[in-house]
Write a protein that binds this ligand. Structure first.
Ligand code: XMP
Length: 436
């Protein structure tokens, strides 16, 4: 393994991910582990150079005071224990706060002088290490991967392809609710350019058939989610005889949020979700130590196209939650075409690199207008463009009127059955980013 590592032991502090990011920003790899790790487990981790025990005075979870095992202090590693008074601490720091720059300055000497860690954390080394680890884990067996075309699954696919080549089997399920050109792009990049073993399933009719007449947003989401699993499961069963591993685009925030302990086998609550118990795969999760921006850097290192790596977030139910109310094929087409125009114009104006998420919606009502000197009765298109850090709250982008004008004119001219364009001015809260 090529990377030195500073281990952070989790005593329930919300700052741990900021501390990990600050150390990685110094060029040294860092991972968070549960507070109850044993000295033996700690020593078994590769290239540990030092330990940070972070929690200060808030080491109480559910009314119970928690602490690391005393043996951790005797495991032979330099230790920072913020807010602790342990005799064996080599360095004591004041409580960190949430400021990445301040944390960087505070831990720099510890990392480089005390621990003698080398700044060897970079994507080239990361990819080389993961390729080696995946090869060790998988051997000459096959790995199945649900490739949605999203950032995480695309980067996992590229990494697994580099590690095991033909032994990776990707399944791309097109639920008919993808954006314009999206499924075609997945096939083009992975099958034609990267020569991946890709099973493409066009399940459009199946999904749209089940969704016919269903207007309630939660019910739509459940149908799409449930059917996705069934289609994937069918494909998995066809291949299952020869497959032992399931690739997953799990990333670091998923792991940290679930208590830094990862499940070994697929259970119904897992990311891919709902796969039957009798399909027992071992998981392969090479991105599970990366934050989102690092996943993107990894994609770039692996040579994936910019648009794929810097793709904006796209909900699992896809256009299904933007074609409001009961989905019809003609409204779905109006949605797909207007969304493509919006994306094209945002790219031309450089807004694709500035705005966090932007898309169109088509509601299930019509309004009166004029087309070719005659009365028209057609749908409106709604534009939404928002900025956010964590998607918990969001503010709208103040788009230049001239750009909105241009987009409006193009949509009215090029998209059939649309006679109005509106801009959604609502922040989250009270609205959410998606409408359904
Ligand atoms: P809301 O609408 O809740 O969306 O403000 C917050 C962010 O989550 C995305 N989103 C989803 N992502 N599966 C996903 O992977 C989903 O079912 C889903 N629903 C919403 C949404 O696009 C926004 O970025």
């Amino acid at each position: 393994m090529k990377q030195d590592m500073i281990v952070i032991l989790d005593l329930g502090s919300h700052e741990n991910t900021v501390v990990a990011r600050a150390i990685r920003a110094l060029g040294v790899y860092s991972e968070i582990y549960p507070h109850d790790i044993t000295a033996e487990e700690l020593k078994a981790l590769p290239n540990v150079k030092g330990v940070i025990i972070n929690g200060g005075k808030n080491n109480v979870i559910d009314g119970v005071e928690i602490d690391v095992l005393p043996e951790i202090y005797e495991a032979g590693f330099p230790v920072i224990a913020a807010g602790h008074d342990k005799a064996l601490c080599e360095v004591k720091l004041p409580e960190f706060g949430n400021d990445e720059a301040a944390i960087k300055a505070a831990v720099k000497d510890f990392v480089f002088e005390t621990c003698k860690a080398e700044a060897n954390w970079n994507m080239k080394n990361f990819v080389a290490d993961q390729v080696e680890l995946v090869r060790r884990q998988v051997g000459d067996k096959k790995v199945l991967l649900a490739l949605s075309g999203g950032v995480d699954s695309s980067v996992v696919a590229a990494l697994l392809l580099k590690a095991i080549g033909d032994n990776l089997v990707c399944v791309h399920v097109n639920h008919g609710l993808m954006r314009k050109g999206e499924s075609e792009n997945v096939v083009e990049v992975f099958r034609n350019q990267l020569c991946a073993n890709l099973v493409y399933v066009d399940a459009t009719d199946r999904f749209l058939g089940l969704l016919e007449g269903v207007a309630e947003p939660e019910q739509k989401r459940k149908i799409i989610g449930g059917e996705f699993i069934r289609v994937f499961e069918e494909e998995a069963r066809k291949l299952a005889g020869g497959i032992d591993f399931l690739g997953q685009g799990t990333i670091y925030p998923d792991i940290v949020e679930s208590g830094t302990k990862t499940a070994k086998c697929v259970k119904s609550h897992h990311n891919v979700g709902g796969l039957p118990e009798d399909l027992q795969f071992e998981l392969v999760e090479p991105l599970k130590q990366l934050f989102k921006d690092e996943v993107r850097a990894c994609g770039v290192e692996l040579g994936l196209p910019y648009e794929m790596v810097y793709r904006q977030p796209f909900p699992g139910p896809g256009l299904g939650v933007r074609c409001l109310g009961a989905i019809t094929r003609d409204r779905l087409e109006a949605l797909r075409e207007s969304d493509a125009i919006l994306r094209e114009e945002f790219a031309l104006a450089g807004l694709d690199k500035k705005v966090w998420q932007y898309f169109t919606l088509v509601p299930d009502f019509k309004s009166v207008g004029v087309r070719d000197n005659a009365r028209s009765f057609e749908w409106p298109v709604i534009i939404r463009a928002v900025n956010t850090i964590d998607a918990m709250t969001a503010s709208i982008e103040h788009i230049d009127w001239a750009i909105l004008d241009k987009i409006t004119n193009r949509i009215l001219k090029e998209v059939p059955n649309v006679n109005r364009v509106c801009y959604d001015l609502s922040p989250k809260p009270n609205a959410t980013i998606e409408w359904e």
